[in-house]
Design a protein around this ligand. Structure first.
Ligand SMILES: [Mg+2]
Length: 176
């Protein structure tokens, strides 16, 4: 059976759009992960009571379209899972925040098993461990996409700026 793995930051969660609005810079600049951005990100995390609270404050990205896509994927007989990376900064706290976030924005999906599983990895490169025949990753990070393909999986590079095209590409892969 085919399994669709959804990334969270930059795909389901509007992390980069939110921070770019917050900091008055472009979303592309946020994604450079330069030392300056990393400092700003760490400061932002610490401005909350915990990293989990910081994550919970983030809005979803195109929630109606994403929910439709997940439901259509599930109805077509595929499995839907989350594959998200936590980072080295307080991974346990971030994981808790991410699970809470899913329970807030995709509650019925998690509780009714539409989303079968939530997989968390500490390093991005570990996402490739989930690759294999029948695995399709939807991720906004081109390195993750390349590594997943290199490990024998299929992957779609999701880009919020061209959201419709990205969704169409996923649907094409699944013949939806
Ligand atoms: Mg991402």
């Amino acid at each position: 059976m085919k399994t669709l793995f959804f990334d969270m930051d930059g795909v389901l969660v509007d992390l980069y759009g939110f921070l770019s609005r917050e900091w008055g810079i472009t979303s592309k600049e946020v994604q450079t992960h330069s030392p300056r951005i990393f400092r700003m990100y760490t400061e932002w995390l610490h401005s909350f009571g915990s990293p989990a609270e910081a994550f919970l404050s983030l809005p979803p990205l195109y929630p109606d379209d994403m929910k439709r896509l997940i439901l259509d994927t599930k109805e077509a007989g595929f499995r839907v899972e989350i594959l998200t990376h936590l980072g080295i900064e307080s991974p346990h706290q971030v994981e808790w925040g991410k699970r809470q976030w899913l329970d807030t924005h995709f509650r019925s999906f998690v509780r009714k098993g539409v989303i079968s599983q939530v997989n968390c990895v500490v390093e991005s490169s570990e996402k490739a461990l989930f690759a294999g025949p029948g695995a399709l990753l939807v991720d906004d990070n081109s390195l993750n996409v390349a590594q997943f393909r290199g490990a024998g999986g299929q992957a779609v590079l999701y880009q919020a700026e061209t959201h419709r095209e990205s969704i169409a590409e996923v649907r094409q892969h699944l013949s939806l």
